[in-house]
Design a protein around this ligand. Structure first.
Ligand SMILES: [Zn+2]
Length: 266
């Protein structure tokens, strides 16, 4: 096929591919602050690249990326983990910390779910056997909404809807720290859209990146319990193209394996 992206395909091409492999991918993620060095579309762009890779390998087409996502207010323990002194009096939505120069494009959770629901309805109407939601954003409300819709649509329509998130854990090895705007995502973007990453926007490597200052964070910040440092450990300034390529290949292998298994099981 010329391209796997639905918006560039003619009706005849879309239908021909659907007869061959009846899979459509829906990449989803918000425009979101990932620190000053990273593009705003990091999450949806990673999801889009994975969806494209899976469609090229397994088959099917990729629906236009839904640049939309949601976040909830941060509970006090996460703000405390980040190092804020009076978390109980703060209102922080997702990664939008007070020092960030710009807010993220977070939709309200109910509006997000309604919009995704409408996209799923249209893809069901087209008769796809398997619809794969490729989620690029790790917020708990986003994941819960998407998983709930996947279960509902799989049981109430003729399509199976599958939920997928980038799994960067190589088989048998410990899971790399996914974090937010840290080593993994920065490496992925160096590989996928290197000209959009500008590490010189961050201070020199020997200056610690405090969680309170940069709106980026290791995974430990989001878990209960105090993290071992007040600054980023999995440093985005160590990101490389090669690391990004390795993370991406692992994630793509996992996604393709899961999609093939789901399609075979229909
Ligand atoms: Zn992200």
């Amino acid at each position: 096929m010329r391209t796997v992206q639905m918006e560039y395909l003619r009706p005849g091409e879309i239908l021909e591919e659907q007869r061959r492999v009846s899979i459509v991918y829906l990449p989803v993620g918000p425009l979101e602050w990932h620190g000053p060095a990273m593009p705003y579309g990091t999450d949806p762009l990673i999801a889009q690249a994975l969806a494209r890779g899976a469609a090229e390998r397994v088959g099917g087409v990729v629906a236009p990326t839904l640049f939309l996502g949601t976040e909830r207010e941060r509970p006090a323990y996460i703000l405390e983990n980040k190092g804020f002194e009076h978390p109980e009096s703060m209102y922080v939505l997702g990664m939008d910390l007070p020092k960030n120069s710009m807010k993220s494009y977070y939709a309200r959770e109910d509006m997000f779910a309604v919009t995704v629901r409408e996209h799923l309805r249209m893809l069901v109407q087209h008769g796809y056997k398997l619809i794969v939601i490729v989620n690029g954003h790790g917020a708990s409300g986003q994941i819960a909404s998407l998983k709930r819709l996947a279960v509902e649509f799989s049981n109430e329509t003729d399509s199976r809807v599958m939920y997928a998130f980038a799994n960067i854990c190589p088989d048998g090895e410990p899971e790399p720290d996914f974090g937010h705007g840290t080593l993994v995502e920065t490496s992925l973007m160096c590989y996928l859209a290197g000209s959009s990453v500008q590490l010189s926007e961050l201070p020199p490597r020997d200056v610690p990146l405090k969680y309170t200052d940069w709106g980026i964070a290791d995974s430990s910040v989001f878990r209960p319990g105090k993290p071992e440092s007040d600054s980023v450990i999995f440093d985005p300034r160590d990101a490389t193209y090669e690391r990004g390529e390795a993370f991406f290949r692992t994630a793509l292998d996992h996604l393709c394996r899961d999609v093939e298994a789901a399609y075979r099981a229909l």
